[in-house]
Design a protein around this ligand. Structure first.
Ligand code: R5P
Length: 295
């Protein structure tokens, strides 16, 4: 098999882990910024199949650099190019909410699809769009769920109660709770702005005196987890922890989260950072192998 993983500087650890799981070579993508902010991207000699690894948190610059790296890899003779994008940005805006807005989900996935043969991600934040294949019909697409790895990160406390802050979180909460036979509650969230929301959790009295783990797919400002932790403590929870697939919160928001009564917050390493201690590399590797994308 002639294949290698190529990774960007901020995600070397995760990209190397994927290469090790797949049993293939790893190479750095070399990056340099010109004084005016333009990026120079350079890749070493490449085999015929290449996996380009990068998460697209803080996406604007990163997307351009991924496209440049893809072009450079094609220039090195790569005939099969797989994008591994554990956190796929620009999934929110799937319609024009107001007249005149770009549907960024369509634009960004369209761009990515022009530059690779296959793309895999983790729990894409899809609302109205059924699946990635609808957005990128010209390439092979795959999305895996982080629920199985998050489920193994739970302790074995049978009294634990899981809480999802909104209806969308139910799929992850159920999948994480099920292997342990744990009870769960699902809240109702009303978003009033980027950082303002109202939350209600039916049956919240059941948390009294019990340890709780909040579960969400994405932590952005941290507002959802903070609001949920407040309600849970007011209802008498013995302890509140949190688990998430992706954490894209900045340092200030993370600091506030740690002061909001959440004892331990862990996310997967789809986005490298201080809370990303649950590794997703093996799950990505098994799915890529199962699909025969390296052969
Ligand atoms: C909502 O659709 C998501 O599942 C998350 O609950 C949301 O993105 C979290 O955002 P924030 O951390 O800004 O409250």
């Amino acid at each position: 098999m002639s294949c290698a993983v190529f990774g960007f500087p901020e995600c070397t650890v995760q990209a190397v882990r994927l290469a090790q799981e797949l049993g293939v070579a790893y190479h750095d993508v070399e990056l340099r910024s010109f004084p005016d902010g333009e990026s120079l991207v350079r890749v070493p000699a490449a085999p015929t199949t290449a996996i380009l690894y990068r998460s697209l948190d803080h996406p604007n610059e990163k997307i351009i650099e991924v496209l440049l790296a893809a072009s450079a890899l094609r220039g090195q003779g790569v005939s099969r190019l797989v994008f591994v994008i554990p956190y796929l940005a620009y999934m929110r805006q799937d319609i024009a909410f107001r007249r005149g807005e770009a549907i960024s989900q369509k634009v960004v996935t369209g761009l990515l699809a022009q530059h690779c043969d296959a793309l895999i991600t983790v729990d894409p934040h899809l609302h109205r769009t059924r699946s990635l294949s609808v957005l990128m019909p010209s390439i092979e697409t795959a999305s895996i769920s982080a629920a199985p790895v998050l489920s193994t990160a739970l302790g074995d406390d049978r009294d634990l109660l899981l809480v999802g802050p909104d209806e969308e979180s139910q799929q992850w909460v159920e999948a994480i709770a099920h292997p342990h036979g744990l009870e769960f509650l699902i809240g109702r969230k009303q978003r009033l702005g980027d950082r303002h929301l109202k939350l209600a959790i039916e049956g919240i009295e059941r948390v009294s005196g019990r340890p709780v783990v909040l579960v969400d797919d994405l932590v952005s400002s941290g507002g959802t987890l903070k609001a949920a932790a407040k309600l849970l403590h007011e209802a008498g929870a013995a302890k509140v922890d949190a688990l998430a697939t992706h954490c894209i919160a900045n340092a200030t928001d993370l600091q506030e989260l740690s002061q909001s009564g959440i004892s331990c917050f862990r996310a997967t390493d789809t986005v490298p950072g201080s809370v990303s201690s649950v590794h997703i590399g093996a799950a990505l590797a098994r799915d890529i192998e199962r699909r025969g994308w390296l052969s």
